[in-house]
Design a protein around this ligand. Structure first.
Ligand SMILES: [Zn+2]
Ligand SMILES: [Zn+2]
Length: 139
């Protein structure tokens, strides 16, 4: 839970109140950093920790956390939005998405690292998603 505690501290320092829902959302997202979860899945897990929570509360909190760059929203195929913790400065990953079953894996491969000085341009963020077929769907 180290990461969740750090993020809670960060939110506090930005003047946000730490509600039980917010804390629960961050715990869900930091429990497995390689997993992408939908708002619905987060809602289900948060409801277990804080019964009586409604979906719109979870959704609004996710929007705030996304705005603050604590959470990253990933839209895949336009019909599904997934959430994960935003990458920290030292480590990030990219996604390998199966076009058939929709499973998502992460990869440490980053084409961005090969990008050298591009005529004075200073990149601040990048996205890289790879679509294909997973091991199970290839046969
Ligand atoms: Zn597949
Ligand atoms: Zn990258």
């Amino acid at each position: 839970m180290g990461r969740a505690a750090d993020l809670i501290r960060e939110l506090k320092s930005k003047g946000y109140k730490i509600t039980r829902q917010r804390e629960a959302i961050l715990k869900v997202l930091s429990s497995d950093e390689c997993r992408l979860v939908t708002a619905q899945q987060i809602y289900e897990e948060v409801s277990k920790a804080t019964p009586g929570t409604n979906f719109s509360t979870v959704y609004r909190n996710l929007e705030v956390l996304t705005q603050e760059n604590i959470v990253q929203k990933i839209e895949i195929n336009r019909d599904a939005a997934y959430y994960e913790l935003a990458p920290d400065r030292d480590h990030h990953h990219h996604h390998l998405i199966c076009k058939r079953c929709g499973s998502i894996k992460t990869t440490d491969f980053c084409p961005f690292e090969a990008m050298k000085d591009e005529d004075g341009f200073t990149p601040v963020e990048h996205r890289f998603e790879v679509y294909g077929y997973c091991k199970n769907c290839k046969q």
